[in-house]
Ligand binder design. Sequence first.
Ligand SMILES: Nc1nc2c(c(=O)[nH]1)N[C@@H](CN(C=O)c1ccc(C(=O)N[C@@H](CCC(=O)O)C(=O)O)cc1)CN2
Length: 293
Amino acid sequence: MGAAAQPLTGAPAAEALLEEAARRAAALPAAPHLALVRVGDDPASVAYVRGKAKKATQVGLSSQVHALPEATAQAEVLALLAALNADPAVSGILVQLPLPAHLNPETILTAVDPRKDVDGLHPVSTGRLWTAQAGLRPCTPAGVMALLAFYGVPVAGRRAVIVGRSALVGRPLAALLLNADVTVTLAHSRTPDLGAVTREADLLVVAVGRAHLVTPEMVKPGATVIDVGINRVPTEDGKGRLTGDVHPAVAEVAGALTPVPGGVGPMTVAQLLMNTVLAAETQRQEAAGELVR
Ligand SMILES: Nc1nc2c(c(=O)[nH]1)N[C@@H](CN(C=O)c1ccc(C(=O)N[C@@H](CCC(=O)O)C(=O)O)cc1)CN2
């Protein structure tokens, strides 16, 4: 049995990102403002949005939660976004996902002004990312990059395998790693002989949403493993507990591993606040005529 992998804990890396966001926010003429749009009462979304607003206050940002009822018509959501787009006091807009089934997420995400797209999910942000232009990046993938940088994990020239092709994590992370000179394979739950592919990885990122999908024999010894999965599994007391997409025994094979909870999760919120500061900085530069796009 090998030595236990280095735990890549999210808290100190998130703290460093939050400190930078707070420092840069304080240097702006006005506190950046984050508009948080939530439709419906999904308990996880309620908790995430509350957590985002609380952290925003901690780093000196202002925020407002716009909580709409579950049955809100798409036209009403679009009207709210149009008002937030037009409001010069709003620096960033986030629409919490998932949305209720009667709403079209593509239409709604595309209705956010790309300059205020602090979630990095607008097609303009996606295009900028894939063409390696400056822009706002999706929070979880950008948070993974910040986590790797915080722990000094080298990426350039290495071979990465990402398991999971979602628009929220897998696809944008592939682009971020490519832009950092990583050789990237984007695999998914239907990749034949997934273990043969993942065993090639120096850097393995798993973002599928299936508890313990990746087991020790699927991991190259010494690899850095980033577990983005957050799965609630049943427990005897009925409360359930959170676990990742990576089996805990992978710690005996990997060189470094993110815990779940407490790994990538905190980076998502810290990166959102950093993105809000970045958006506010760019808006100030544009208003001052210092930036032409
Ligand atoms: N518009 C968006 N919607 C969603 C995103 C997103 O980036 N933008 N990501 C997820 C949810 N999410 C933030 O919105 C998020 C998920 C997890 C965590 C986190 O800190 N998790 C903790 C565990 C928390 C718990 O106890 O439940 C951890 O991993 O340690 C933060 C934010 C989907 N929707």
